[in-house]
Ligand binder design. Structure first.
Ligand code: SAM
Length: 274
């Protein structure tokens, strides 16, 4: 492992040790225009695949949804023992194989899975060629890779406002309070993913961008947005200034019923191993 990847993974482990359920708390109730969550949409992408691996499974919400499929054999890996401890508490995952492991070195034999899923995790991973090689190794020929990847702001709503304020806060913070740059930017575009997946034997990527609505009362919206990694190392005073500025500026967007419009996009990427 390179020192850059080691420091990225050390950051992720430390962050999730403190916030093991942060992603499901922020995004579990987010809704696409068709009323499904990004987890439910991803779950549907694997069809009736029987053996499914979740890369960066976190506290296991996606695996729990997948467990509704008849006779599925499920596995999940994550860097974070704290996240895995929460996943293991889900009764639906009693039969799942949940392992503390790096996606760059999967503890499974060749051709073990019919599908590999990953929700908001692939774009955080370093040494991505190695991750892709491992996915191709553990998938059976014809197997599906389906991922949800972070997109950006929809515009004119609270997420865009938050990101603008957060950027200013980070610029003003000392370097010691900034997170390492995470992952490989090629995972955030269709072209980049094609460049990574094609040589490993995958078909061209099917790519769809979906808005996810996180609107709600201001406290709920702040709770969801303030779970981002960048806030982790900031000192308490900086976070409080950010919170105060957000609550002040978001008033202009708030409806008379007290609803703060908030949305961001995710990319749904699917490819098949030839
Ligand atoms: C943003 S969280 C998403 C968790 C979960 N998939 C969800 O959406 O609720 C990213 C997760 O990926 C895990 N992760 C990041 N890089 C990893 C790697 N190289 N190998 C295994 N897990 C990794 C982190 O530990 C973290 O739990």
């Amino acid at each position: 492992m390179t020192t850059t990847t080691a420091s990225q993974e050390a950051f992720l482990q430390a962050f999730h040790a403190e916030h093991p359920a942060v992603t499901t708390e922020a995004l579990g109730s987010g809704r696409a225009p068709d009323g499904r969550s990004s987890y439910e949409i991803l779950c549907d992408r694997v069809g009736d695949s029987r053996r499914v691996l979740d890369l960066g499974c976190g506290d296991g919400l996606l695996l729990e949804l997948l467990a509704r499929g008849d006779g599925r054999q499920l596995a999940g890996v994550d860097l974070s023992e704290r996240c895995l401890a929460l996943a293991r508490q889900r009764p639906a995952l009693a039969g799942a194989r949940l392992e503390a492991a790096r996606a760059q070195a999967l503890p499974f034999s060749d051709d073990s899975f019919d599908a590999c899923v990953s929700h908001m995790a692939l774009m955080l991973m370093g040494e991505i060629e190695q991750v892709v090689a491992e996915i191709a190794r553990v998938l059976s020929p014809g197997g599906t890779l389906a991922c949800v990847l972070g997109g950006g702001a929809v515009g004119g709503e609270a997420y865009e406002l938050f990101i603008g304020l957060l950027r200013g806060t980070i610029r003003a913070a000392p370097a010691s309070q900034r997170i390492p740059s995470l992952g490989d930017s090629r995972t955030r575009s269709r072209e980049g993913l094609d460049e990574l997946l094609g040589p490993a034997g995958f078909t061209a990527v099917d790519w769809e961008t979906v808005p996810i609505d996180l609107s709600g009362p201001v406290d709920q919206v702040w709770a969801a947005l303030s779970g981002v990694y960048d806030i982790g190392p900031l000192d308490g005073a900086a976070v409080e200034r950010l919170r105060t500025a957000f609550f002040a500026e978001v008033r202009d967007l708030t409806t008379p019923e007290g609803l703060v419009p908030c949305a961001f996009t995710v990319h749904l990427a699917t490819a098949r191993l030839r």
